[in-house]
Design a protein around this ligand. Sequence first.
Ligand code: AMP
Length: 223
Amino acid sequence: MSAGARLVVLGRQGAGKGTQCLRLSRHYVVPHISTGDMLRAAVKAETDLGVKAGELMARGALVPDDLMIGIVEERLNQDDTTERGYILDGFPRTVGQAECLAEITVDRPLDVVLDLDVPEPVVLDRLARRRACVDCGANYSLDSPPKYGWRCDNCGGDVVQREDDTPEAIQKRLDAYERETSPLVDWYAARGLLEVIDGQGSADDVTRRLVAAIDAHRQRRRG
Ligand code: AMP
């Protein structure tokens, strides 16, 4: 059962969402939609959105809901997502965003919401060691660097520490997660959509847990 999927992946910064979403997008053959990557591309291209978002992102604050909902709605109306589905990474991040997402996708609703659970002390350590490609957003760490110097294995882009991976911005983003995003766990559980997955261990183990939970959840809902 690996054709198409409509998924949201929640989890603290550094829980491994980016890596796992990429793997899930290959497994289910659906687009991986990362709002963080979309915003970083807008900042780089110096679009109106990028100018508005850049400063907020650098200090670890959330971009306002109305801006976020606009870009996600536009992306979700493109043919690839209407036909095959989507994996949303970094959206929704507030209950307001989740309510709008439910409206946008009313005729193609979510299959399942995954909460990738990794405790705060572990993500703090991972974020301090994280490095990312400035072009495609692929994640690396000081423990598993790219193969050739600090050049991305996928696209050859520079691999650097993200501007918002400073200790102050990391703490602010984790606080924002607890305050704004963690209420979504109960919100989606109340709607029968939530699966909590242990995000610790090897990337392969975590992918296996995610796929097993997604397939079992979809089977139950269909059955
Ligand atoms: P991420 O790569 O998902 O950690 O996102 C990086 C930054 O982009 C966040 O710290 C926010 O400033 C902004 N951002 C990404 N997605 C959202 C969202 N759904 N709502 C508000 N801000 C967002």
